[in-house]
Design a protein around this ligand. Sequence first.
Ligand code: GDD
Length: 409
Amino acid sequence: KVVAVIMVGGPTKGTRFRPLSFNTPEPLFALAGQPMVHHTISACKRIKNLAQIFLIGFYEEREFALYASSISSELRVPVRYLKEDKPHGSAGGLYYFRDIIMEDSPSHIFLLNCDVCCNFPLPDMLEAHMRYGGMGTLLVIKVSAESANQFGELVADQVTNELLHYTEKPETFVSDLINCGVYVFTPEIFDAIQDVSSHRQDRANLRLMSSFEALQSATRSLPKDFVRLDQDILSPLAGKKQLYTYETTDFWEQIKTPGISLKCSGLYLAQFRYTSPHLLASGDGTENATIVGDVYIHPSAKVHPTAKIGPNVSISANVRIAAGVRLISCIILDDVEIQENAVVLHSIVGWKSSLGKWSRVQAEGDYNAKLGVTILGEAVTVEDEVVVINSIVLPHKTLNVSVQEEIIL
Ligand code: GDD
């Protein structure tokens, strides 16, 4: 048997996702019309002999427990939310729930970061992992040398694929091969995490005995149950024939800002062509709007037949789109109203917002630039004929004059 664990983190991580994370936890933010974690869960479904999927995080119990039960019945796969009382780090969180994770005595454990967007080649990774015969296999990818330092940089043996060297977010360049945040382990990973925390305890005790000054520094160091997978496990175990790499050449992104999430929404929509074509709008039939490229429209949304939509557009529940509206490369969240002849381009429109007649909400579409995608928070009103360009608007604002390159607080 195999189990999968998805690390969803907690509310503190969501700050970089503002203004879209005020009311919705980042893992439940809709990409291609489905919560971010939905894509990870569907990918896990492709693993043979999958017994359980666990979501581990420190978000409120209620919201995630509810989501876990609804996705369990929707995808017919058991999903359970395990809530930490406080953050334990990416490896500490896994260790904290080891007894529950090991209940069915799985032979392998997948571990996935929730904030990555890729095609998750999990069955291929498992096959490679069994061939290598190590304790763990990491999904890795080549990125540009300039962007590599935002991730774990690593060196792998070109023949055996063994992980030879690992440094988390180094200041000086090591390698353009990086850690994708997707792993498969044997249950020995729990012993490795246990070792880190008992060594840390020993060192703390030693310092305690030596001097008062040392005592102060010991209390400043990390608590013994806080273990980071990258720095505390991957770095020290590199080059010890226990960790191996599996390289993907397909798409991969870390979903760290709302701007990137628009790009990821497009990547997942494109993937639907192969995995879930029924979710893509077809535009067939006389009463339907004109559809261009990959588009998702929630069944409860009302779209006027003279509207033109796509490519890369995702429209959530209860959205109303009036005559003559043009939508290109955008995410329209629940309960938004877009009135006659408005245009939305390279933007995310927050829940319950309303765009007036002939208004324009747009950006250049540079996903990595701070204002490269226009973002309207929840319940923003853009009045008739107002133009919003390359801007971020916080929730509950009303715009009655046009703005450009602004953050409206
Ligand atoms: N449950 C729980 N508890 N989850 C956590 C905790 C915790 O205490 N701390 C982090 N996480 C989750 C995050 O939500 C995220 O999904 C994942 O663990 C990794 O988060 P970080 O440890 O903050 O690392 P990062 O996102 O900056 O970078 C990691 O991922 C990159 C790939 O996306 C590193 O492993 C990098 O090397 C890697 O390139």
